[in-house]
Design a protein around this ligand. Structure first.
Ligand code: MN
Length: 156
């Protein structure tokens, strides 16, 4: 089950994080959570197939085209995590979580190791690409330039 890793890493008698339940909302939402853990990072999550596909982005998602940001894929999170803010106690992911941006997205292309999507958020908007550069978990997140976006939307 896709959320096994999420569940096995956490003690739900201690953490305020939501339980590991699959939820097909039929929506395409995203969230970016600023996570001040042992190392500050931004968790970028896309609602796909009943879970939040998740990447930890140390420097945060790019707001300008052509900026490449390392994104480490982490365990799928439950859709309920999309609203989560708070303090995670000692243990896995200890630290504070704040929502940095949220909104909806349109999935433009999805292949093994590559996702292209159009974000409509408060801070982030436009077409973005996630490309896996080193399996199993190392990806790059970048904001597409306008020419690239026009090409993607024509289905090339
Ligand atoms: Mn995190």
């Amino acid at each position: 089950m896709p959320l096994n890793d999420y569940i096995s890493k956490r003690d739900f008698t201690r953490t305020p994080e939501p339980p590991g339940e699959i939820h097909e909302s039929g929506l395409r939402r995203f969230v970016v959570q600023r996570h001040q853990a042992s190392h500050l990072h931004y968790d970028f999550r896309l609602e796909i197939e009943g879970v939040l596909k998740s990447w930890a982005v140390p420097k945060g998602p790019p707001e300008e085209p052509k900026v490449r940001r390392l994104a480490i894929q982490v365990e799928d999170h439950p859709v309920g995590y999309i609203d989560f803010e708070g303090t995670i106690p000692e243990g896995y992911g200890a630290g504070t979580v704040e929502i940095w941006d949220r909104g909806t997205f349109e999935l433009i292309a999805k292949d093994e190791g590559k996702l292209v999507f159009q974000l409509q958020g408060g801070r982030l908007h436009g077409a973005y690409t996630l490309i896996r550069t080193r399996p199993p978990d190392q990806w790059i997140l970048l904001k597409n330039n306008d020419a690239k976006r026009a090409g993607d939307r024509e289905g090339r």
